[in-house]
Design a protein. Structure first.
Length: 183
């Protein structure tokens, strides 16, 4: 993987920097709660600081810190440009032979995920550095197949998201009926 990508780190932002409007941002803690394999938009904003790291599109981000080695061994592809990549994120910019969504899927699942988990260091807070990510052995099919696999799983994520919204709407409807029936 060493020759297939450039590696860097996000820049220092925390939850305290969040504002109602401004530049979109991804913070590492949100990878555990808000995002799936592909990040195209974000609901969090900050006032942009000097030396911010801004996505060019198609980066893969991996948390640099987490509560457990299993949690930390996850990746997301930031497919749109213009999103600030906050601190405590390992950033991988794959070259043209590697599709970012496919890379995020590979790093988050199977053998590569287990390798990342073993490379994470620490007890109460676990850390994962780019130097460890570079050691992970990966196999890649042709770019066209990577694209097809990435699109397949992006569709799954979209379907899941639609069902989650539908479930929330049904819960709200049930709540409204119960409130009207049992005043």
């Amino acid at each position: 993987m060493y020759n297939l990508a450039d590696f860097s780190k996000g820049s220092g932002y925390s939850k305290n920097d969040l504002t109602e409007e401004g530049s979109p941002i991804v913070l590492y803690g949100q990878l555990y709660t808000n995002y799936k394999t592909v990040i195209e938009t974000t609901n969090n904003y900050v006032r942009e600081k000097e030396k911010s790291v801004i996505s060019k599109g198609n980066e893969v981000i991996v948390p640099a810190s987490g509560e457990s080695s299993e949690d930390i061994a996850r990746a997301s592809a930031v497919t749109k440009p213009g999103i600030i990549l906050g601190g405590d994120l390992n950033i991988i910019r794959p070259n043209t032979s590697v599709e970012s969504v496919f890379l995020a899927l590979v790093l988050s699942n199977g053998k590569a995920q287990r390798q990342l988990s073993k490379l994470a260091q620490g007890k109460s807070v676990v850390h994962l550095q780019n130097s460890a990510i570079k050691k992970v052995n990966l196999l890649f099919p042709e770019k066209e197949e990577q694209n097809r696999i990435g699109e397949f799983f992006k569709q799954f994520d979209k379907t899941i998201e639609l069902h989650e919204k539908e479930l929330e709407a049904l819960k709200e409807t049930k709540k409204a009926f119960l409130q009207k029936m049992f005043v």
